[in-house]
Design a protein around this ligand. Structure first.
Ligand code: ADP
Ligand code: MG
Length: 228
């Protein structure tokens, strides 16, 4: 891994017709840190990540990667700049082995990434027979194979057991320093296991940020979740 990059948004916004999906979000994801973006369904979390990776264009504001503006660049240019994205939908090939999937994802360093993600023992296992939790690890490994400096993950723990969820949290924490990680999740068990810096979105806006312990105690954040 090459070390993390620093991602900053300034007044970022996105509208879909009359709907404001993201509004005036200014946030920093510091180099090498692990951050979690939480918030109820429809809060604008995926749209925020979609703008950062260039899948959709912002309606307003700026995105800076290591201080350089990247909004308006193509997805490929953003990927070349070192930003990788794992989508909510799985993208592994079931009929290929773990090592083959990583090779297809375009990496020369499959051994290093398998070691980093705890998959060395599964190198010859077909992806479709991997335990569900390990499939998620493979997804993360496929994001890491191109040595990104910023890894964006959208709900990597969907459908995982509590033990698997804990394992994904530990995996992400082990990346600290090697890569900047931004992970979306709305599973509070996962966010607690991660205990990372947490950003809360609600109705398109960034409404709170801080370490997880203070976020968890925040009455406004509790309202947002309980009032869902
Ligand atoms: P989250 O990931 O927090 O659940 P999203 O970013 O997916 O939220 O969505 C935020 C809002 O934007 C929602 O109201 C959603 O319906 C809307 N939205 C997201 N993508 C599109 C799109 N491509 N076209 C129209 N509306 C969209
Ligand atoms: Mg989403």
């Amino acid at each position: 891994m090459t070390g993390g990059g620093d991602l900053r948004t300034e007044g970022l916004g996105r509208r879909f017709g009359g709907l404001v999906a993201v509004e005036d979000v200014s946030v920093t994801f510091a180099a090498g840190g692990v951050s979690c973006v939480i918030g109820p369904n429809g809060a604008g979390k995926s749209t925020l990540l979609n703008m950062i990776c260039g899948a959709i264009a912002p309606s307003s504001g700026r995105i800076l990667f290591d201080g350089k503006p990247i909004n308006g660049l193509s997805r490929h240019a953003i990927a070349r700049a070192g930003i990788a994205r794992k989508f909510q939908v799985p993208s592994v090939f079931g009929s290929l082995t773990v090592a083959e999937n990583l090779a297809v994802a375009g990496g020369g360093d499959t051994e290093e990434v398998m070691a980093l993600t705890g998959l060395s023992g599964e190198r010859d296992t077909r992806a479709d027979v991997l335990a569900h939790g390990k499939k998620q690890w493979l997804e993360i490994a496929m994001g890491l194979i191109r040595k990104p400096r910023l890894l964006l993950l959208d709900e990597p723990t969907a459908g995982l057991s509590p033990e698997e969820t804990q394992a994904v949290a530990e995996l992400l924490l082990s990346l600290r320093g090697a890569c900047t990680v931004v992970v979306i999740d709305h599973d509070m068990h996962f966010v607690r296991a991660l205990s990372a810096r947490t950003v809360v979105m609600h109705q398109g806006r960034l409404v709170a940020e801080g370490d997880f312990a203070s976020i968890e105690r925040d009455p406004m954040v509790r309202d947002i979740y309980l009032g869902r």
